[in-house]
Design a binder for this molecule. Structure first.
Ligand SMILES: Cc1cc2nc3c(=O)[nH]c(=O)nc-3n(C[C@H](O)[C@H](O)[C@H](O)COP(=O)(O)OP(=O)(O)OC[C@H]3O[C@@H](n4cnc5c(N)ncnc54)[C@H](O)[C@@H]3O)c2cc1C
Length: 424
C-alpha cells in the first residue's frame, strides 16, 4: 500500500454534524484542516445525517448564518413560532412564544440529511481543507509539539502530523479511548423512536413537548406541513411499537399526543435510538479537544445536543484564532493555554445545558412520583412568570452567557486579519 505524509494544523476525527461543521468553520481561517471520516458522507447510511430532524435554536441559526451555511439550509427549515409544553393526564401547560421573546422564530427544524448535504457541499468548495473518507484511524500518538496519526483509506496509508487533534467521532469515541480520557456512561433505560407524520390540522409553526408516563414525546414542525416525532419510551415498549403496522402505531401515537393537531394521518418509517448519557471526564487534554457527542451525549428531550455543540465549535474556532485578531499573528492552536482558555470558557454553558436536560428528565421521569403533584401547577406558574420563562427561553434559544462572535452575528475574523495572518 502506498504511504502519504500529510501535515495539517487541525486533525478532526469524525465528519458528522460536529466534525464537518468545525472543519467548515476553520476553513474561514488560515488554519489548515484534515478530516478523517469512517463513512462516505454522500451515502444515506452516514449515521450523523440520517432520518432524524434537528431543532436548531435561534442562536444556532445565527451561527450558521455567520458561517454562510444558512443560505443553503433556509429553504428547507421550518420556523418554530411557539413551544407548547404539557403533561399527559394533568392540568397545566406552558407556552413560549417567539413574539413575546422578541424574535422572529424560537428556532428552526431541519432534517439531518439536509444539514449534512449543506455542510459537506460547502466544504467541497473550501480552501485549506482535506478529507479522507471513508478512512480509518489506526494509531494516534500525542507528543509535546503535536500529534502523529496513521490513517488507512482503501487506497493508501497516511501518516499525519498535526498540532492538535479534535475528537468528533461520536458518543462511542475511539479517539477518547486512544487519548486515555475517561468517561461516565449511564443508560437512560429509554429508546427514542423517530418518525415523521402528517396531521389533519396545520402545525402553524407550533412545536409540542408532551411528558407522558412512558417518557417525553416531541412533535416538531417540518416543511410541507409534516411533523417530526421524537417518542421516548422504555426499550421493551420501543421494540413493540417499532413492530406495529401503520394503523396500530397511529392509534397509539394519537392516544399519547391527543388531538391538538386533529387526526394523525400518514406515518413514515420509524427508527429507534437507544439513549445513553455520556460525559467525558474532560473536554480538552494535551494537544486534544473533544466536541459533540464525544464530549457529552445528552437525552434529546430539550433538543440541546447539536445546539450546544455549535456554540462549542464557534468558541473553539475563536480560541484558536484569538491572537490573529489581537496581534495579527497565528498562535499554535494546540498550545496548552489556548486549549485551557477554551475549556474555561465553555464549562458553564455545558454544565447549564446538562443540568437543564437532566432536570427535565428528573422532574418528568418515570418514578418521579413525589414531584408529580406539583408538576402541573409548576407548568402553569411557569407560564405566568415572565422571568422564569424568559430565562428558559434564552437558554434553549442558545442566547445565554458569554456568546462567541459567530453567535453574535460577527465574522470569526475580519477579512484583513484572515488574509494577512502570520504564524508565530
Ligand atoms: C433522537 C435524537 C434526536 C435529537 N434531536 C436533536 C435536536 O433536536 N437538536 C439538537 O441540537 N440535537 C439533537 N440531537 C443530538 C444531535 O443529534 C447530536 O448532538 C449530534 O448528532 C452529534 O453529532 P456528532 O458529530 O458529535 O456525533 P455523531 O452524529 O455520532 O457523528 C460521529 C461521526 O464520526 C464518525 N466516526 C465514528 N467513529 C469514527 C472513527 N473511528 N474514525 C472516523 N470517523 C468516525 C461517524 O461515522 C460519524 O459521522 C438528537 C439526538 C438524538 C439521538
Amino acid at each position: 500500500m502506498t504511504v502519504r505524509s500529510l501535515d495539517t494544523d487541525v486533525l478532526i476525527i469524525g465528519g458528522g454534524l460536529a466534525g464537518a461543521t468545525l472543519a467548515h468553520t476553520l476553513a474561514t481561517t488560515p488554519l489548515s484542516t484534515l478530516i478523517v471520516e469512517a463513512r462516505d458522507p454522500a451515502q444515506l447510511e452516514q449515521p450523523s445525517f440520517d432520518g432524524r430532524a434537528t431543532a436548531l435554536a435561534n442562536g444556532s441559526q445565527r451561527i450558521l448564518t455567520s458561517l454562510g451555511l444558512w443560505d443553503r439550509i433556509a429553504a428547507h427549515a421550518e420556523p418554530i413560532r411557539t413551544i407548547h409544553i404539557s403533561e399527559r393526564g394533568r392540568f397545566g401547560a406552558a407556552r413560549i412564544h417567539a413574539k413575546e421573546e422578541g424574535v422572529a422564530a424560537l428556532g428552526y427544524t431541519v432534517e439531518n440529511r439536509i444539514l449534512g448535504a449543506a455542510i459537506w457541499e460547502a466544504l467541497a468548495a473550501a480552501n485549506g481543507f482535506e478529507a479522507l473518507a471513508p478512512a480509518k484511524l489506526v494509531t494516534l500518538e500525542v507528543r509535546e509539539d503535536g500529534v502523529r496519526a496513521v490513517v488507512e483509506t482503501g487506497s493508501f496509508e497516511a501518516t499525519v502530523r498535526a498540532r492538535v487533534v479534535v475528537a468528533a467521532d461520536g458518543a462511542n469515541s475511539v479517539v477518547r479511548r486512544m487519548l486515555d480520557i475517561g468517561s461516565r456512561e449511564d443508560s437512560y433505560e429509554q429508546t427514542a423512536v423517530i418518525l415523521n407524520c402528517t396531521t389533519e390540522l396545520a402545525h402553524a409553526g407550533r412545536a409540542f413537548e408532551r411528558f407522558t408516563p412512558n417518557g417525553p414525546l416531541a412533535f416538531l414542525p417540518l416543511r410541507d406541513d409534516r411533523m417530526a416525532v421524537v417518542w421516548t419510551m422504555s426499550h421493551e415498549q420501543a421494540g413493540r411499537v417499532s413492530a406495529l403496522d401503520d394503523d396500530e402505531i397511529r392509534r397509539e401515537l394519537q392516544a399519547a399526543f391527543g388531538h391538538r393537531l386533529g387526526r394523525i394521518d400518514r406515518i413514515g418509517e420509524r427508527v429507534a435510538y437507544p439513549l445513553t448519557r455520556v460525559r467525558s471526564d474532560t473536554v480538552s487534554g494535551t494537544r486534544a479537544v473533544l466536541i459533540g457527542s464525544a464530549a457529552v451525549n445528552l437525552h434529546p428531550v430539550a433538543g440541546q445536543g447539536f445546539n450546544l455543540t455549535l456554540r462549542d465549535i464557534a468558541s473553539l474556532a475563536e480560541s484558536f484564532t484569538e491572537t490573529l485578531r489581537a496581534d495579527n499573528c497565528l498562535d499554535d492552536p494546540g498550545a496548552a493555554d489556548v486549549l485551557q482558555r477554551y475549556d474555561d470558557w465553555r464549562k458553564r454553558d455545558q454544565k447549564k445545558v446538562a443540568a437543564l436536560t437532566h432536570g427535565l428528565i428528573r422532574l418528568f421521569g418515570i418514578g418521579a412520583l413525589p414531584m408529580a403533584a406539583t408538576r402541573g401547577v409548576g407548568l402553569m406558574a411557569f407560564d405566568l412568570v415572565p422571568g422564569a420563562k424568559a430565562e428558559l427561553a434564552r437558554q434553549t434559544m442558545g442566547l445565554s452567557g458569554k456568546l462567541p462572535r459567530l453567535a453574535r452575528g460577527l465574522p470569526l475574523l475580519p477579512d484583513v486579519a484572515a488574509a494577512r495572518g502570520t504564524r508565530s
